[in-house]
Design a binder for this molecule. Structure first.
Ligand code: G6P
Length: 354
């Protein structure tokens, strides 16, 4: 228990370590004067023709977010679940950079995908947290996210650090960055701290602890965080949760929405506010409670039962901040239900079987 520094769970400790983790991830990488990003360990890595992300679980959600940032820079990028990566059926060659995003660097599916990429001559890069892990040893390049050890099985601080690492990587590879981007990156640790200091996620959790299921929706850059919010909720509360891009609501999930299924809606400056408000109205009219996670509360509060506010940021970074609120909601629901938060049943921190 000594390692928990007074917190009841490692997970809560690690959620609270995020400002520090992000400062470490950023250390020495953004260059204010040149308005550029330099990742020293990637010296020599050029902008590739195309990028494939291979990853699992939470790392897959970080990859989905990262891929959007890469594409926004004009880099042709595809995400694959590592267990579904099949080099025989997709275009892959020496001009392809295959990026394995893996906290532990030991996930069997991700290692298999990276080995397959190596075998066909692609360049490989591991984005990982663990120095000297298998993924780092077996790839051409490695970028460390520097989040520090994560004990809780459910990934928290490593997800935020992966998001920030991939944001920097997108600019390092494209060679195009802006002062505004760097300024916003630098502001993130303090903004995360302000969420941790003021969040009323615990009260929201109290209100919905008996819900039948939880839904998470977002558009664009927010969509991967909707997936991650649902995964976190499932992992530690054992309750049904689903996340999806908000536009898909009407193609099926809406049939499950009732007054007993709270819907968490990410609505950030970058997420097409009008259409998100439309989606929120769809669930509101079915009686579902709405929790808006937003940096534009004025645009949504009339349609939300609760607002979990995040500070204003560069639109691209709102999903990093929104996720902190979602982590806290899941933690407090699991806590009220008395779950085994740090070691959920049937799950392992690192899965070394395919
Ligand atoms: C396990 C963990 C997840 C993690 C996933 C991928 O399922 O419980 O938290 O996201 O593996 O792990 P990796 O170490 O490759 O990021």
């Amino acid at each position: 228990d000594a390692g928990k520094s007074g917190y009841d769970h490692y997970m809560l400790k690690e959620i609270n370590e995020q400002p520090h983790a992000l400062r470490e991830c950023l250390r020495g990488r953004p260059r204010e004067l040149e308005a550029s990003i330099a990742i020293d360990e990637l010296e020599g890595l050029k902008q590739p023709e195309r990028v494939h992300f291979v990853s699992c679980g939470t790392s897959y959600h970080a990859s989905r977010y990262g891929a959007k940032l890469f594409r926004e820079q004009g880099i042709q990028t595809t995400t694959f679940l590592a267990s579904e990566y099949d080099v025989d059926s997709i275009p892959i060659d020496e001009e392809t950079l295959v990026v394995g995003v893996t906290q532990s660097g030991e996930t069997a599916d991700t290692l298999r995908a990276l080995r397959a990429a190596n075998s066909v001559g692609a360049e490989t890069l591991a984005v990982t947290n663990v120095v000297g892990c298998s993924a780092a040893r077996e790839t051409d390049y490695v970028m460390y996210i520097r989040a520090g050890p994560e004990i809780g099985v459910a990934a928290t601080k490593t997800f935020a650090s992966q998001q920030v690492a991939l944001a920097m990587l997108s600019r390092d590879l494209s060679g195009r960055c802006s002062s505004a981007f760097i300024e916003a990156l630098r502001a993130l640790p303090d903004q995360v701290q302000s969420i941790l200091d003021t969040s009323h996620a615990a009260a929201v959790a109290d209100e919905y602890v008996d819900a039948d299921a939880y839904f998470f929706i977002g558009r664009g850059f927010d969509a991967p965080v909707a997936l991650e919010g649902a995964l976190k909720m499932k992992e530690i509360t054992y309750k049904h949760a689903e996340g999806f891009p908000a536009g898909e609501l009407k193609h099926g999930p809406l049939a499950l929405v009732t007054e007993r299924t709270p819907v968490f809606a990410m609505i950030s400056g970058n997420s097409n506010i009008e259409r998100m408000v439309g989606n929120v109205r769809e669930v509101e009219s079915r009686g579902a409670p709405v929790v808006a996670v937003t940096d534009v509360p004025g645009r949504i509060e009339n349609h939300a039962d609760h607002v979990l506010e995040i500070p204003e940021t560069h639109g691209l970074f709102a999903p990093i901040l929104a996720n902190i609120q979602l982590q806290l909601v899941s933690y407090w629901v699991a806590n009220r239900l008395g779950r085994s938060i740090d070691k959920p049943r049937n799950l392992a921190k690192s899965v070394t079987v395919e």
